[in-house]
Design a binder for this molecule. Structure first.
Ligand code: ADP
Ligand code: ADP
Length: 228
């Protein structure tokens, strides 16, 4: 599904040039469950932003189902992001004044769905993540684990090919982390491709493949738990 070759990204900070990505190459197949690990500042978020079409590389190639994403213009990139990618973040990024249902509807507004269908699909996604009884709640009326499940439901709304999660359990306690990990595993079993940035060994251990970054480079790529 994904082929990344010799990807580079350089940030200019005053006089200093920081290579956030320094020649990263990797392939991701449909249905994989990958953890991206490595110290702070090693380039993990930069890679996720490029994979998700939130940012562009300075060099190298990014192919998604054979299409050259690095050649997309802004509109094509926005469309790619909305239709092919689901995002979830440590801080959930839900809109506080909207209900769970309305939050899940958001990506479908961009997608141009008729309101009734949008609402039905949002309800279906909230059922999928076990929040059928919380559709009318606002984020502040929900626990962290519930909010992250709303964010996951939102990420799934447009049936993405790839779910990108940046420290999705970073703000959760042990119990709710387990809940979210169980949900990820279930989604992966149903065929969703997952790439999860994490500092937590518990989260990394759940993945079938671990890719380790250091100084903008891949230093380990461990498929030892990949199914035969
Ligand atoms: P990680 O996610 O592994 O913590 P990042 O991808 O966020 O790493 O950062 C990689 C490197 O790029 C770091 O040195 C960081 O300071 C730098 N960097 C990231 N984003 C920016 C930015 N917007 N401007 C300048 N430097 C940045
Ligand atoms: P913008 O163009 O300002 O990024 P969008 O209309 O694309 O806004 O998205 C509205 C909200 O839905 C944003 O909070 C965004 O993060 C979220 N969103 C958009 N597309 C997706 C998606 N494919 N998966 C998850 N969330 C998404």
């Amino acid at each position: 599904m994904i082929e990344v070759r010799n990807l580079t990204k350089v940030y200019q900070m005053g006089d200093e040039r920081v290579a956030a990505l320094d020649g990263v190459s990797l392939s991701i197949a449909r249905g994989e469950h990958i953890a991206v690990i490595g110290p702070s500042g090693s380039g993990k978020s930069t890679l996720m932003n490029i994979l998700g079409g939130l940012d562009r590389p300075d060099g190298g190639a990014y192919l998604f189902d054979g299409e050259d994403v690095s050649g997309f213009d802004d509109d094509e990139l926005a469309h790619f992001r909305n239709q092919r990618i689901g995002f979830c973040f440590q801080s959930f990024q839900l809109l506080p004044r909207l209900t769970a249902l309305q939050n899940v509807e958001l990506p479908m507004i961009y997608g141009g769905w008729p309101p009734a269908q949008r609402r039905a699909r949002a309800a279906e996604m909230l059922e999928r993540v076990g929040l059928a009884s919380r559709m009318g709640h606002r984020p502040t009326q929900m626990s962290g684990g519930q909010q992250q499940r709303v964010a996951i439901a939102r990420a799934l709304a447009n049936s993405p090919d790839l779910l990108l999660a940046d420290e999705p359990t970073g703000a959760l306690d042990t119990h709710t982390t387990q809940e979210v990990l169980a949900l990820f595993e279930e989604l992966n079993r149903d065929g969703l491709t997952l790439v999860i940035v994490t500092h937590e060994s518990e989260v990394a251990d759940h993945a079938k493949r671990r890719i380790a970054f250091r100084d903008g480079q891949v230093v380990a790529d461990d498929r030892s738990l990949a199914p035969a």
